[in-house]
Design a protein around this ligand. Structure first.
Ligand code: PRP
Ligand code: URA
Length: 209
């Protein structure tokens, strides 16, 4: 699939395996989600524009690349996406952060929208949407639609685990965006949970049930 990157780095795979383990507690789970987001962000941001700036080293003056402008926006899908924000902020501390609130209706599994606040001017920013789980793809697809309706153009989507159904839907609904997937799992079950997956990401990050 064009515009889809499935991560194959052993460090990312190792950390995802730890995440899946039901015996991994909240504290470790949060740390792992943040670390994976940072490692994935390293790949997803490889095309950030740079500009040559003149500096003085102890030896001589030289022109050397810096990230151009302060134009990155990270947009977590609430709640679970919040767990990934810190990892990307480690890489780009000046990034702005927007929020999109969506939850899946437990019966229909359709996303329900409850919040949207994006940093302006959104149309000039590279936007990285983060959510650990891409299951049916409904939440991810709706979040991207909302960002586009606000004028967002250069959009990337990062998830830690995807189901084939969700990846197909997101790609078909938004073929223009770059999608980064930590691991592509087998399938959805009858409750639209990812198998083998890691359970409910929001509950595991925030210790709720
Ligand atoms: C989870 C997850 C995604 C969504 C994925 O959120 O974090 O946002 O489900 O499912 P989908 O691809 O089928 O839409 P959830 O609705 O459980 O909300 P929460 O993060 O607040 O727990
Ligand atoms: N949301 C989750 O948190 N986990 C899944 O497996 C599916 C949706």
């Amino acid at each position: 699939m064009d515009n889809v990157v499935i991560m194959d780095h052993p460090l990312i795979q190792h950390k995802i395996s730890l995440l899946r383990d039901k015996n991994t507690g909240t504290n470790e789970f949060r740390t792992l989600v943040e670390e994976i987001a940072m490692l994935m962000g390293f790949e997803a941001l490889r095309d950030l524009p740079t500009e040559e700036v003149e500096i003085e080293t102890p030896i001589e003056t030289c022109k050397t690349p810096f990230i151009a402008g302060k134009k990155l926006a990270i947009v977590p899908i609430l709640r679970a996406g919040l767990g990934m924000v810190g990892g990307i902020l480690h890489l780009v501390p000046t990034a702005k952060v927007g929020h999109i609130g969506l939850y899946r209706d437990p019966e229909t599994h359709e996303p329900q929208e409850y919040y949207c606040k994006l940093p302006a001017p959104i149309e000039q920013r590279t936007i990285v949407v983060v959510d650990p789980m891409l299951a049916t793809g409904g939440s991810g697809s709706d979040a991207i639609r909302m960002i586009k309706e606000h004028g967002g153009k250069n959009i990337k989507f990062m998830c830690i685990i995807a189901a084939p159904e969700g990846l197909k839907r997101l790609h078909e609904d938004h073929p223009d965006i770059q999608i980064y997937v930590g691991h592509l799992d087998r399938e959805l079950n009858e409750n639209a949970y990812i198998c083998p997956g890691l359970g409910d990401a929001g509950d595991r990050i925030f210790g709720t049930k």
